[in-house]
Design a protein around this ligand. Sequence first.
Ligand SMILES: [Zn+2]
Length: 227
Amino acid sequence: MEEEITEIEEKAMLEMAETGEEEKESEGTKVSAHSEESQTPEEDIFVLPGDFVSTTEEFASGPGTYLSGGEIYSTSTGIVSVNRKQRVVSVIPTTSTPPIVKEGDIVVGEIINVRESMALVELAAIKGAGNREMQKSGTAAIHVSNVKNAYVKDISKEFALFDIVKARVINTQNMRLTTSDDSLGVMKAICSNCKAVLVIENNKLKCPSCGRKESRKISSDYGTGLV
Ligand SMILES: [Zn+2]
């Protein structure tokens, strides 16, 4: 039953998004400087439950979101969808449908285990032709040789538990991923000391809460949420 509702909501939202595109030029939006494109950055942002989505000044809270203190947050793991015509922001949740992951796909997931030679990733979303293709799709591995274009001696200096990573699928038989590209790697790093989200300061990751400095193989999209 829950899945049915999700599918119906998803379809309705996609339709809303499509009709919204036709007239988006009629009113100026202060949200994006490049709203000419059909896919604005806001609509590709990957969020987790509790993540900030928008302010109520800009949008109304749609499906998959909730209000708190004048701000809109995500209730689920998914992708932000913006209806500019109705000024509604929603989160299209990932579904539990079995995966159809292909080699070359860009995936997003959470680091659930860091071993000597590899990091394990719980996949949360696949970047596909449309939001319909997002799925929960099990576990994949990043081998130490596929972390980056340089020799990695200690993989625990590249990934840590609860980090959100963006990676490319290189083998679907044993679900191997690579982060060996500037745009790939950690999108959101979690302080191993206090669990706060690390911020980039002078090209280094620093905890805004406890001041701890950590290293990661970060994506050039770090902190943006862009898939
Ligand atoms: Zn900290």
